[in-house]
Design a protein around this ligand. Structure first.
Ligand code: PEP
Ligand code: MN
Length: 460
């Protein structure tokens, strides 16, 4: 979300009600995966109508600014940091938790800005990250089989028939939860919370972490830089506000479609549920509903690319999602796994680069590195996550291409979900401190540690 009053982007109100271009409904005739089973019910119609009557969550002008920022990232003149929960929850949308997450992203971004010597585009997997793709439609526990949990926008986590029912009214609750989350993010990032000096002070709190020793010299350099700026009379007032963008996987088209509105300036459709929307690894078929729908909105779009992606898949996605090769339009988020990235990524990057397309290459070092702990929790090892990040930088270094950003599942809280780190999280802590309803997140300290490590790689 951009600073209010940014001159290049008037916050024009969209025409009320959803956009009407017939192409926006073409997805309805196409194969679609990972959707709930509520189609055609009265409840479903009521929820969709209500979403269609509600105001946009983000503005077209902000979305256009983000596209410009991402164009800079594609050229190596900015770096994208995307972070947040695997699955947001309604209950988790509290002031404390939202502020902890925003704070952690701001802290990471100061460290990254220093290492990269370039602007960091800050983006939360927040205010809409409620729908989850699942490997199986059903889940069996102790001989009882019920529908799988698909994120709180579809059903509840509790393992009862009532809770696991697909309930379209949850989409309206997701909208209102997103609205209040965005409201808080806007207040934090515009109201002084983002003050560079304050964020730097928070990072000094990292001293208590055993990892700090390793980063002491980098932290001291940042400290000197901030004091140097102060001495030069830098305008810290201006650094009290920052842009912050909202992103989620556009999985549930019943939610995305009614929130798609025509911008009164340009006459173009924008999906106003978030600034940046991505297509997941499980729903990126070229002829499927998700790719078709997102090809028709003006938002910057991401696509997750797993280890089975071929260069032809990537090139076909570019033709469909970014036919005019518009800078900032398309971001490829690779999630190969630490074992695969050095082998699989180069070919994709080479072929895409040779085609003349200019995408933002981002690494998601989480989703290819998920394992089950001996005590039965879904987890990831910090070392594997970091190894994938290192592989990502190595590949781009060797090809002379741009490592454009980082996409992580993280939280500002002291949870225990990923193993390791300098102040290591151990399996025994999971019983008490594992909170995620879906994938494991880096906790606050692991997130900062990653920022210091990546900052070092960017500075190298
Ligand atoms: C996710 O980002 O939570 C996710 C499901 O990722 P992917 O589509 O890459 O598996
Ligand atoms: Mn996830």
């Amino acid at each position: 979300m951009s600073e209010t009053g940014t001159e290049s982007a008037p916050l024009t109100a969209p025409v009320p009600g959803p956009a009407t271009d017939p192409g926006l409904d073409a997805w309805r005739e196409l194969p679609i995966k990972q959707q709930p089973s509520w189609s055609g019910t009265d409840e479903h119609r009521r929820a969709v109508d209500e979403l269609a009557s509600l105001p946009p969550l983000v503005f077209a002008g902000e979305v256009d600014i983000l596209r410009e920022r991402l164009a800079e990232a594609a050229k190596g003149r900015a770096f994208l940091l995307q972070g947040g929960d695997c699955a947001e929850t309604f209950e988790g949308a509290t002031a404390d938790r939202i502020s902890a997450r925003v704070k952690t992203i701001l802290q990471m971004s100061v460290v990254l800005t220093y290492g990269a010597s370039m602007p960091v585009i800050k983006m939360g997997r927040m205010a809409g990250q409620f729908a989850k793709p699942r490997s199986s439609d059903m889940e069996t526990r102790d001989g009882v089989t019920l529908p799988a949990f698909r994120g709180e926008i579809v059903n509840g986590y509790d393992f009862t028939e009532e809770s696991r029912r697909h309930d379209p009214a949850r989409m309206v609750q997701a909208y209102h939860t997103s609205a209040s989350t965005l409201n808080l993010i806007r207040a934090f990032t515009q109201g002084g919370f983002a003050d560079l000096r304050a964020v730097h002070q928070w990072n000094q709190g990292f001293r208590a972490n055993p990892a700090y020793k390793q980063y002491e010299s980098l932290a001291a350099e940042i400290d000197r830089a901030v004091r140097f700026m102060e001495a030069c009379g830098a305008d810290f007032e201006a650094l009290k506000r920052t842009e912050f963008f909202a992103a989620h996987e556009a999985l549930l088209l019943d939610y995305e479609r009614p929130l798609t509105r025509t911008d009164s300036r340009t006459g173009q459709p924008y999906d106003t549920s978030g600034h940046f929307l991505w297509i997941g690894e499980r729903t990126r078929e070229l002829d499927g509903a998700h790719v078709d729908f997102l090809s028709r909105v003006r938002n910057p779009i991401g696509v997750k690319l797993g280890p089975t992606t071929t260069p032809d898949d990537a090139l076909a996605l570019i033709d469909k999602l970014d036919p005019t090769r518009e800078p900032g339009r398309l971001t490829f988020i690779s999630r190969m796994g630490a074992q695969n990235i050095r082998e699989k990524l180069p070919n994709l990057v080479e072929k895409v680069t040779a085609s003349g397309a200019e995408v933002v290459w981002v690494t998601d070092p989480m989703h290819g590195n998920t394992v089950t702990s001996a005590n039965g929790y879904k987890t990831r090892r910090f070392d594997d996550v970091m190894d994938e990040v290192r592989g990502f930088f190595e590949v781009h270094d060797s090809l002379g291409t741009v490592a454009g950003g980082l996409h992580v599942e993280m939280t500002g809280d002291d949870v225990a979900e990923c193993l390791g780190g300098a102040d290591p999280i151990r399996e025994e802590q999971f019983d008490d401190l594992y909170e995620s309803l879906c994938d494991p997140r880096l906790n606050h300290r692991q997130s900062l540690e990653m920022a210091f490590l990546v900052s070092g790689a960017l500075a190298a």
